[in-house]
Ligand binder design. Structure first.
Ligand code: ZN
Length: 258
């Protein structure tokens, strides 16, 4: 049941036939783990809290650096040296008091992730490092949970949505011995590009939480911000993948058959 205040707040999205009252109630019941509250996680968390996703778990072990401020729009200049997770919780609570927010002020790894993944319907990877991405991937596959992953370096953005065992996992795409040396620290990045990719993660998250299939699930979407071109690569899972090979059962309670 939605309160009067919630009807007023969410009025514009309630008008959409794909959402309506039933969809809004569904969002209110949903829980999402956001790993990384940087340039991707900032717009993502703001949009999910704004949309009324019931429970957001906010994980980041870092503090804010002044070099984060051009992209990480959750944070103001006086946030420098303070915990991203705690500040994000405060900012989002001020933005939408109808949402439950849990700050996780630690860098989640292989050991700590599974307990948090077990609590949520959907995991969103907004990390800035390969080790965390592999850990999220493995924890989600272990529990049959869907994930949405994005990255942005230089002028290139990419998005992956995995909702079924036949979709490539992160380790199918980048085998575990991959050495990716490119990072925002070494190659630079612009705020609007990570904003685009974070907003796309939010869009796909709302779609999945509403029980709608994602048209980009099972693909790698690449965006070149210099040429404004999109590329779509269909990525089936690799039967020889050491992480997802062997058809892990996939429980995706969110996606209606349609
Ligand atoms: Zn795989």
């Amino acid at each position: 049941m939605l309160s009067d205040a919630e009807y007023l707040r969410y009025g514009r999205q309630l008008m959409l036939s794909e959402i309506g009252e039933a969809g809004q109630a569904r969002l209110k019941e949903a829980s999402v783990l956001i790993v990384g509250l940087g340039g991707l996680g900032s717009p993502l968390a703001l949009y999910l809290a704004g949309a009324g996703v019931g429970t957001l778990w906010l994980a980041d072990g870092d503090t804010v650096d002044s070099s984060n401020l051009p992209r990480q729009i959750l944070f103001d200049a006086d946030a420098v040296n303070h915990s991203k997770a705690e500040l994000a919780r405060e900012r989002l609570a001020a933005h939408n008091p109808h949402v439950e927010l849990i700050a996780i002020n630690q860098r989640l790894d292989e050991q700590s992730l599974p307990a948090f993944v077990a609590e949520v319907d959907l995991v969103i990877d907004c990390c800035d490092n390969l080790a965390s991405r592999y850990a999220i991937n493995a924890a989600c596959i272990g529990q049959g949970k869907p994930w949405i992953s994005a990255a942005a370096v230089g002028w290139q953005g990419q998005l992956m949505v995995r909702t079924a065992p036949e979709h490539a996992c992160y380790a199918c795409l980048y085998p575990l011995d991959t050495r990716i040396t490119e990072s925002c620290q070494s190659s630079g990045v612009t705020g609007p590009l990570v904003g685009v990719m974070g907003a796309l993660q939010a869009l796909e998250a709302l779609r999945l939480l509403l029980g709608k299939p994602s048209p980009v699930a099972g693909t790698l979407r690449r965006f070149d911000a210099l040429t404004h071109e999109w590329q779509t690569l269909w990525l089936p899972s690799d039967p020889a993948c050491s992480v997802c090979g062997g058809a892990t059962p996939f429980a995706n309670p969110m996606e209606d058959a349609q």
